[in-house]
Design a protein around this ligand. Structure first.
Ligand SMILES: [Zn+2]
Length: 208
C-alpha cells in the first residue's frame, strides 16, 4: 500500500467514508456510487527486510518510519481491521489444518449477513442512530470502549467503527448482545499494527 503516492491514497478517503465519489468539472459536479471493500497489504519497511527484530534491514529504524508514514493518520483511521501477519515458520507448516474450514466459515458469514439484513442494513451501512441502538454494548463493554477512547485518543469515527466491527463479531458468533469480549476484539483489530510491524515482517490491512 505505501508504494502508492500518499495523495492518491488520501483520495480514497471520501469514497471510503461516503460510498460515493464526486467528480468536479467546470460546469458540473457529478457523484458516482463508489462503495467498495479495500484490502491492502504492506511490508514493515521499504526494503522489506525489517522482519522480527529488524535484522534484515540495514537502514532501520528510519526505513520503517519513513515507509509507514506514507499512510496518513486519517487514512489509517478508515481501515477497520489492521492485522499483523507474522512470518510463517517451519513449525507452522507442520500444523494440522484449522478446525473450521472455508465452507463452515462461509456458512457463518452468510448467517451473520442474514441477521444484518433482517435489521434492514449491513453493519457497515447502518446509520449511526440505529447503530447506537443495535450495537450498544453491555456495561463492561461500554466501560472498555470509553477507556480505550480516552487512552488512545479515538476519533468519533473510530469509536463508531469499533462498534460496527464489534457488532459483526457478535453476529459471527450468532449472539444477540454486543459484549465486552466483542469490543476487546474489535479494538485489538484497530490498534497496535504499527507497533507490531516494527518487529514484524508483514502486515495486512482490510477495510470493513
Ligand atoms: Zn528496511
Amino acid at each position: 500500500m505505501p508504494e502508492f503516492h500518499p495523495q492518491v491514497l488520501d483520495s480514497l478517503r471520501q469514497p471510503l467514508e461516503t460510498g460515493s465519489i464526486t467528480v468536479a468539472r467546470a460546469n458540473a459536479h457529478i457523484a458516482y456510487p463508489a462503495r467498495f471493500q479495500l484490502v491492502a497489504a504492506m511490508n514493515p519497511c521499504r526494503c522489506g527486510g525489517g522482519g522480527d527484530g529488524g535484522t534484515g534491514c540495514r537502514r532501520g529504524p528510519r526505513c520503517a518510519r519513513d515507509y509507514q508514514a506514507r499512510i496518513s493518520g486519517p487514512m489509517l483511521d478508515r481501515i477497520d481491521l489492521q492485522i499483523h501477519v507474522p512470518p510463517v515458520t517451519p513449525a507452522d507448516l507442520a500444523l494440522p489444518p484449522p478446525s473450521e474450514g472455508t465452507a463452515e466459515a462461509a456458512r457463518r458469514v452468510a448467517a451473520a449477513r442474514a441477521a444484518q439484513a433482517e435489521r434492514g442494513h449491513l453493519n457497515a451501512h447502518l446509520p449511526t442512530d440505529i447503530l447506537d441502538h443495535v450495537a450498544s454494548p453491555d456495561r463492561p463493554g461500554e466501560a472498555l470502549l470509553n477507556e480505550a477512547a480516552l487512552a488512545h485518543n479515538l476519533t468519533a469515527r473510530s469509536y463508531h467503527r469499533v462498534l460496527r466491527v464489534a457488532r459483526t463479531i457478535a453476529d459471527l458468533e450468532g449472539q444477540e448482545a454486543v459484549r465486552r469480549i466483542h469490543i476487546a476484539e474489535a479494538l485489538a483489530c484497530r490498534r497496535g499494527l504499527f507497533e507490531a510491524t516494527r518487529q514484524a515482517s508483514g502486515a495486512a490491512l482490510a477495510a470493513h
